[in-house]
Design a protein. Structure first.
Length: 173
């Protein structure tokens, strides 16, 4: 499926909320709109900063409550490995399996609908009599842009920011 524009995302989300009988409040809609306009993932903290532009009184719980709602509705995904959130571009297919390609340098996240993987996970779940709801696979590496920066050898004459360090695979906990 092709990527939806932020207007398409908003109208699709409004339609689904109406169908499901849940309320897309102003704050929930505003958080979704902010995320829909972002190319990659965002942390709850950065999202709060952006939300404060239109809602100066917004507090961390405001953002977390809105994110919980959007996760529940399947409009967004949580990227566990870098503790951020990303817009889902297939949210009309709530049971889809996504592969998140997470860039360790700039935190860009590319979501790919993993059809083959979906079939495998589906049959594994069936074997285990497991009622599958949602699965996300996260893969780490460098995005196209960052591959180019990493490959650059003329640091004095280029326009890249070579100060950014590629995150080492995190220690858990
Ligand atoms: Zn998705
Ligand atoms: Zn990158
Ligand atoms: Zn360079």
């Amino acid at each position: 499926m092709s990527t939806m524009t932020s207007e398409q995302i908003m109208s699709q989300a409004e339609k689904l909320c109406l169908q499901r009988g849940v309320r897309l409040t102003t704050q929930r809609a505003e958080v979704l709109r902010l995320m829909a306009e972002l190319p990659g993932s965002i942390s709850a903290y950065d999202l709060l900063d952006q939300l404060r532009v239109s809602e100066p009184q917004a507090k961390p719980p405001t953002v977390y409550r809105a994110l919980d709602f959007l996760l529940e509705q399947g409009f967004i995904h949580r990227v566990e490995s870098n503790n951020s959130y990303v817009m889902c571009h297939h949210f009309d297919a709530p049971a889809h399996t996504s592969v998140m390609l997470v860039c360790d340098r700039c935190a860009a996240v590319i979501e790919k609908h993993a059809q083959g993987v979906e079939n495998i996970i589906g049959s594994l779940a069936t074997d285990a009599h497991f009622a599958l709801r949602h699965s996300v696979i996260e893969a780490h590496g460098l995005c196209e842009k960052c591959v180019a920066v990493e490959a650059c050898t003329h640091h004095e004459s280029c326009e890249h920011d070579h100060q950014v360090d590629v995150k080492k695979r995190g220690k858990k906990g």
